[in-house]
Write a protein that binds this ligand. Structure first.
Ligand SMILES: [Zn+2]
Length: 483
């Protein structure tokens, strides 16, 4: 399936809605197939699995005839219907089925529908070891859980076909013709590309008239997930081959040069203090990634985010320097104002945790460092009243925002995408309906953040080079690489 473009999504109140969701609303087609319908029709899947499509279709036709004969079309192909037939009817039907197929084809179902609750069925079909039966069930579930797979579509065809032969399917002749044509075409036939979706939509069409048997479904899934263990599926990325030593030394040399420049030649240059301050914060975050091997971690993402944000801020300040009286001081007092707010709150708060990581006294000293705090404004909106997105656009770095910052923000805010990616592991056992398991053993590793950290450090240094002209020999080949 071709993916829909972002421009095809409808933007409603800050939310992108995919074109499919617009049409399908809350039907949740695949979910209802896998959870609500497949358990009813797994028996058909077992026959297809055993015989293949062509022979399977022949066997199933014969069985459908037997079903029709036993109760004249009162029941449908749902297995819960079959199990609800009277004992006498079940005995006749199962005897007839066993004259068409051997026990072992449906025997896997006896693991779920056991003697204690379904004595007639279990006695008629039980055969083979538990392991053998379990394996077949898992294989067939795996093939049929996707509601669009060829095997699922074959099963869904049978459902419709039975309605047709018992005279309960009412639709235009052209559509009936397509239905009748379906079993005679192979799946790789071009015409099937049109007929398969038609079969599936027809089967969805009958949902509104069919009643879901929750008792049956719950018993099915409970039994089947009890039988098998979780098979956790996670991605592992090694950080063994990441080489950072030489590069970090080169970066250190650059920072040492710039730091000396500030301290020795222009100690009171506020612009330089701000730019180097921001750049040093980025450097320290990147250094933490290296020293604490955060390459494949959640915290690593937080580091990339701040490196991007700092770089955008540096570019923004440089770009808007001319239009402000003193953007460097304004920028400093914007940040100090936010600290003042915290200090003020802490004074008003009765309960203060002495073990807190916030050092209120030190904060207070910082707030009063150059100016009495009474003269410092507190601005709770963004610096210069522009969010980081607008700032990124202003400085021509929209992609850094759209491709990196936004993703890393999901991690910073603990949004579900980040939670799903980092903290939940998929179980690939189809019998468990592909559920998720909390990753409490920390098995799930994430993609390495180092190439992006390095790119952002390099771009930060290159920006400083434009402003201060760093000696050529310090801009090594590795630092000169942009991406
Ligand atoms: Zn599981």
């Amino acid at each position: 399936m071709e993916h829909s473009k972002l421009s095809e999504h409808k933007f409603k109140k800050g939310k992108f809605t995919t074109p499919w969701n617009e049409i399908l609303k809350d039907i949740g087609v695949d979910n209802s197939w896998c959870h609500n319908r497949l358990p009813e029709y797994l028996w058909i899947g077992l026959i297809f699995d055993h015989y293949g499509r062509e022979e399977g279709l022949q066997k199933i036709y014969q069985i459908l005839q037997c079903m029709k004969n036993v109760d004249y079309g009162r029941i449908l192909t749902r297995f819960s219907h079959i199990l609800k037939l009277s004992e006498k009817e079940q005995k006749i039907l199962f005897r007839d089925i066993l004259s068409i197929i051997p026990k072992k084809v449906l025997s896997p179902l006896t693991l779920i529908f056991t003697y204690s609750n379904y004595p007639v069925f279990a006695t008629s079909f039980v055969e083979g070891s538990v392991e053998e039966r379990k394996e077949v069930i898992i294989t067939v579930l795996d093939k049929t859980m996707d509601h669009q797979s060829n095997c699922s579509t074959d099963i869904r065809f049978i459902i419709m076909y039975y309605l047709f032969i018992i005279g309960k399917l009412h639709m235009p002749k052209e559509q009936i013709d397509l239905l009748i044509k379906y079993p005679h075409l192979k799946h790789d036939d071009m015409e099937m590309r049109m007929i398969r979706p038609f079969i599936r939509s027809m089967e969805i069409g009958i949902l509104s008239v069919e009643k879901v048997n929750n008792e049956y479904l719950n018993a099915f899934w409970e039994r089947i997930s009890e039988m098998t263990e979780c098979e956790l599926y996670y991605l592992e990325f090694s950080s063994d081959d990441i080489k950072t030593d030489i590069y970090m030394e080169q970066v250190h040399e650059v920072y040492l040069y710039l730091s000396n420049l500030l301290v020795k030649t222009s100690p009171l240059d506020n612009k330089m203090l701000v730019l180097l301050g921001i750049a040093t914060y980025s450097y320290k975050r990147a250094k933490e990634v290296v020293e604490h091997t955060l390459f494949n971690s959640i915290s690593g993402r937080s580091a990339v985010r701040v490196l991007v944000e700092n770089y955008i801020m540096m570019k923004y300040l440089l770009k808007n320097e001319e239009s402000h009286e003193d953007i460097w001081t304004q920028y400093q007092y914007y940040g100090i104002g936010l600290y003042k707010l915290i200090v003020a709150r802490s004074r008003e708060s009765e309960e203060r945790n002495t073990n807190s990581h916030v050092n209120y006294q030190y904060l207070e000293a910082l707030v009063n460092e150059y100016k009495m705090e009474e003269f410092i404004d507190m601005e709770t909106s963004y610096f210069d009243k522009q969010g980081i997105r607008e700032k990124a656009i202003t400085v021509g770095e929209k992609d850094l925002y759209g491709l990196y910052y936004d993703y890393d923000s999901s991690y910073e805010h603990g949004l579900w995408g980040a939670i799903r990616e980092s903290s939940l592991i998929k179980c690939k056992n189809p019998a468990h309906q592909y559920h998720c398991v909390p990753d409490i053993e920390d098995n799930q590793k994430l993609m390495n953040v180092w190439p992006d950290c390095k790119m952002m450090l390099n771009r930060t240094i290159q920006l400083l080079d434009e402003v201060y002209g760093i000696p050529k020999q310090l801009i090594t080949e590795e630092i000169a690489i942009e991406k």
